[in-house]
Ligand binder design. Structure first.
Ligand SMILES: [Zn+2]
Ligand SMILES: [Zn+2]
Length: 668
């Protein structure tokens, strides 16, 4: 893990400060229990904090109560976190004497702290943070007192190499979490428990939504079962309707493209390890011919070069001087050019599975000439992409190797950017409303000056301009966002959308990017009013993310109890008994619903109604229509809702109309 810069430290949130301070309190407690403990780094992380420690004793969860008890004492003592600025010499001396990350000097150096001091850049101030007798090398920031660290819990132990390098010693990484108060701490653990109950892998299997067949299909490539496909299709329908109304046009692209596509886009070689390896096909038709011609040309060029070199050599021997190397030079250059041509032609034999849809969409833009009148052009596709995620990283639907993305690329002029970008944000908000997502944040990642030409395309003016535009839209639309420096994409600023499920679990769903560099690489242009050629800006957006991740999120968000429009099993008609006229009446209702694209089925067997209801409840069928002889005579049906029970009888026509309206309006 990289050391935080002083700037990054200054941006630590209150919660991160608290958690980092809790790491110091934990280290103090561990030092009390095991004075020979050697500490490395103790940063805050997403859900809490950790501290890496080297210690003979293997710390296990059984040790947690003892460590937590010491931590409680330290918290009660309400020690001040005192910052002490020291000279480099002082820090080196204290590290040597074993005084750092310890309660007192020890016989042996604080070896990791010593290494850290030695690696602090010359000129950067060095400081300690002291609480009681515990002194740690640290740039802060911290909370005021150990008493502020009162709601904490240790969670697990893992192992980690010092500085993440397997050549270094292996350390014990002790994780914990801390919150502002006990209520928040308890709420967090309750949420985790609830999240476990709602685990999308568990509910997905129970409801028969998807399967991962590692033996025949491969890891990370979910198969959508019929009920999961119902979810997929409802989402696509929603996206298609929404995008159509917003002026998008739909396109379709193949899953493969030549290597040239990705060398142009820049994915190769930089993104190569996240892509599936190339597929080599034989060269075909004119390319094969071309390669033959180039090979012959190369052979003759090399022969000429050899002659020229011999000739030159004999001249040198005779005259004792070098006179005209021009011919040799130009032949060498020519041979090199031909070799390059050959490798270009050969590379056309290589195809890659697409890891992104953008390059294909760029080629669609390039397929026809465009004038400013065609812009903005909004190309949408539920595109299937393939990413070679490490097998250890794969996780249910959340981390997969094949993904279906709610993708679109908006090609627009500078002037159109603000309104287009704003419309994308509006679309997000519309979706959040439909799915009952109440808490979200847009993480706006910008570039850094130092990264220009390395991590980021070297276009300082364009960076400033696009970032200003994005920021202005975010401010004007009063959308909830945070700005994160130095995390932009290579070719422009990006926005990651984080949402919280109904139980408060955080998910990163989608990423939007502004691209001012790649369209130029693909030579994309439009004719402006004055007939000059200009390069459009491109907005990448995917509000519903991928089917995989979004459905994973929805399963946990709804705990599998989907609203009617989304539910894989929308309606089940249950008969009380199996008398033929009653079954005919029930069948007609199923027929009518199915004719209106409602996922309805019947359960007309002889078994008792309670058993039928139980079965439907277990399958999470949203609406149950219970029909007995009396209902039939009155032209009625009794309605039961999943998890809510009986909501009363109504006329058949009214019930059907209600169902259709609820689905059409995508009611919660
Ligand atoms: Zn600290
Ligand atoms: Zn894209």
């Amino acid at each position: 893990m990289e050391r935080k810069t002083l700037d990054q430290r200054a941006q630590m949130t209150d919660l991160e400060r608290l958690r980092h301070s809790a790491a110091h309190v934990m280290a103090t407690a561990i030092a009390k229990l095991w004075p020979d403990a050697q500490f490395a780094a103790g940063p805050p992380v997403d859900d809490g904090f950790y501290y890496d420690v080297e210690l003979q004793h293997r710390i296990s969860p059984e040790d947690f109560p003892a460590i937590e008890a010491e931590m409680k004492k330290i918290s009660k003592e309400n020690q001040v976190f005192e910052k002490v600025v020291v000279t480099r010499e002082q820090a080196l001396a204290d590290a040597q004497s074993g005084r750092l990350a310890a309660l007192a000097p020890r016989g042996v150096p604080s070896k990791f702290k010593l290494d850290i001091v030695q690696n602090i850049p010359e000129g950067e101030p060095i400081s300690y943070f002291k609480n009681g007798d515990f002194i740690d090398l640290c740039a802060g920031p911290h909370v005021m007192r150990t008493g502020n660290v009162s709601a904490f819990k240790l969670t697990h132990v893992a192992s980690a190499y010092y500085k993440g390098d397997e050549k270094n010693p292996q350390l014990q990484r002790i994780y914990g979490t801390a919150f502002k108060n006990k209520t928040e701490l308890e709420a967090y653990f309750k949420m985790l428990e609830e999240a476990k109950r709602r685990d999308h892998r568990k509910i997905g299997a129970e409801m028969g939504l998807f399967a991962i067949d590692t033996e025949y299909v491969g890891p990370g490539m979910p198969l959508w079962l019929p009920k999961g496909t119902a979810l997929v299709e409802e989402l696509e329908k929603l996206a298609k309707e929404t995008e159509f109304a917003a002026g998008y046009v739909r396109v379709k692209t193949p899953h493969l493209a030549r290597a040239k596509m990705y060398t142009t886009s820049g994915h190769l070689p930089y993104y190569a390890e996240s892509m599936f390896p190339a597929i080599e096909l034989p060269l075909e038709g004119h390319l094969l011919e071309q390669k033959k011609i180039l090979r012959n040309e190369l052979r003759s060029c090399e022969a000429k070069l050899e002659l020229a070199q011999d000739d030159l050599q004999s001249k040198i021997q005779k005259a004792g001087q070098v006179e005209a190397g021009d011919l040799v030079n130009s032949l060498q250059t020519r041979c090199q050019e031909i070799r390059l041509e050959i490798s270009k032609v050969s590379s056309t034999a290589f195809y890659y599975l697409k890891a992104m849809n953008c390059p294909h969409h760029h080629r669609i833009f390039a397929a026809e000439p465009h004038s400013y009148r065609d812009l903005p052009l909004r190309l949408a596709e539920y595109g299937t992409c393939y990413r070679y995620e490490q097998s250890g990283e794969l996780f249910g639907l959340m981390r997969v190797r094949s993904l279906n993305m709610n993708d679109a690329h908006i090609y627009c002029t500078q002037e159109q950017f603000a309104s287009e970008f704003n419309a994308v944000n509006e679309m997000y908000l519309k979706y959040f409303k439909i799915f009952g997502i109440e808490k979200y944040v847009m993480r706006f990642s910008t570039h850094s000056q130092e990264g220009l030409g390395k991590k980021y395309v070297n276009e300082p003016a364009l960076w400033k301009q696009t970032e200003d535009m994005v920021r202005q839209v975010l401010i004007d639309s009063k959308i909830n966002y945070v700005e994160v420096p130095n995390e932009a994409a290579f070719y422009g600023p990006k926005i990651d959308v984080q949402v919280w499920s109904v139980i408060g679990r955080e998910f990163t769903l989608a990423t939007n990017q502004v691209d001012f560099a790649v369209p130029a690489k693909f030579g994309l242009v439009y004719k402006d009013r004055d007939n000059s050629e200009k390069t459009p800006l491109c907005i990448h957006r995917a509000p519903l993310g991928t089917h995989e991740r979004f459905i994973g999120f929805l399963i946990e968000h709804y705990a599998g109890n989907f609203p009617l429009w989304l539910a894989p099993d929308q309606v089940r008609v249950l008969t009380i008994g199996d008398e033929p006229p009653l079954v005919d009446y029930a069948k007609a209702i199923v027929q009518e619903l199915r004719a209106n694209m409602v996922r309805a089925e019947g359960d007309f067997g002889t078994d008792k109604i309670n058993g039928k209801i139980q079965r439907a409840e277990n399958a999470k069928v949203h609406t149950m229509l219970v029909i007995g002889p009396r209902d039939m005579e009155a032209g009625n049906v009794s309605v039961r809702l999943h998890g809510k029970g009986n909501v009363g009888a109504k006329s058949k026509a009214e019930v059907v109309a209600d169902i259709l309206t609820s689905i059409r309006e995508r009611r919660a």
